[in-house]
Design a protein. Structure first.
Length: 296
């Protein structure tokens, strides 16, 4: 069984601020850092650091050399990564003293993915293989349908939520990964709990992984609900926490852990990541996560 992530790659421009910039305001920043990011890249690194082999497919622009170096240095296989002339995607990220972030994206190469690119990559994978996807790539609907037709186990993270993804048919998706706001919006509801119940009814074979911030996380699949608490920590930067959770969750499932254990490890990895600055660079190794879980 293989794990492939057809995912975004961004250069993150990170600014430490006292508060998020408001309309009409110009503010000084306290520091500036350039990091590797993109939900796809972060998730691939999390899968790899969980101990599971993962292929990362996507489009790397001319400025992306350091992103590829970090991926391969973290053990991610890059044979399906395509080098293109389109500028690399990037993110402008403000981080407040409480660790909360505010992000805006420029898609760049992530938005240049074509149906032909998708078919070429997916042709290497077979029924039962995992495919991780996020909503930062072009032709997402095409990728989803092509993957479902091939019998891949699709793990779809709808973040950052958009109008287009609200209309996607989730039949055949193995796991939908959402936070509370995304859960409500995907179901067309006001309330996250109502959204969760609606999605369960609408897509009986769908697995739902719902992250609830300080309230932990809950998952639903095959008629069984599993709950996991969050581990309280002092956050310095929450960027990439959801990606760490998803990557660890899939990596642990792929290594044969049961769902409860996969959620526990994912929750611990995510908690550890927010105690460190940056997205991909803050993702812990399995040895650290295991030690922390065993010390509970
Ligand atoms: O989830 C965090 C990521 O979102 C950042 O690394 C940024 O690149 C955006 O994709």
């Amino acid at each position: 069984m293989n794990v492939v992530n057809f995912g975004s790659l961004n250069i993150d421009h990170v600014y430490a601020v006292d508060h998020f910039c408001r309309a009409g305001e110009t503010i000084h920043t306290k520091s500036y850092t350039q990091n590797a990011g993109g939900k796809g890249l972060n998730q691939s690194i999390a899968v790899s650091r969980s101990g599971q082999k993962v292929h990362h497919a996507g489009l790397l622009g001319p400025e992306g050399t350091r992103l590829a170096e970090l991926l391969s240095g973290s053990g991610v296989d890059l044979r399906y990564l395509q080098h293109v002339a389109t500028p690399q995607g990037h993110a402008i990220i403000q981080v407040q003293p409480d660790g909360q972030n505010c992000i805006f994206l420029y898609g760049g190469s992530n938005q240049a993915v074509t149906p032909e690119d998708i078919d070429a990559v997916l042709s290497h994978f077979a029924p039962g293989d995992y495919l991780l996807m996020q909503n930062e790539m072009s032709n997402l609907t095409y990728m989803l349908r092509a993957a479902v037709q091939r019998g891949l186990r699709v793990v779809l993270n709808v973040s950052p939520i958009s109008e287009e993804i609200l209309h996607v048919d989730l039949s055949g998706v193995d796991w939908l990964v959402v936070n509370e706001i995304e859960c409500a919006r995907m179901a067309g509801c006001e309330d996250p709990q109502a959204g969760y119940e609606t999605l369960k009814q609408r897509y009986p074979s769908l697995g739902i992984l719902l992250t609830l911030g300080a309230e932990g996380s809950v998952s639903w699949k095959d008629g069984v609900e599993v709950r996991q608490c969050a581990y309280p920590v002092k956050a310095v930067d929450t960027t990439g926490a959801g990606d760490t959770y998803m990557g660890y969750f899939v990596g642990c499932l792929a290594q044969g852990m049961d769902r409860q254990a996969a959620m526990q490890y994912a929750s611990m990895a995510s908690a550890m990541s927010v105690t460190r600055p940056g997205a991909a660079v803050s993702i812990p190794l399995m040895d650290e996560v295991r030690a922390a879980v065993e010390a509970l």
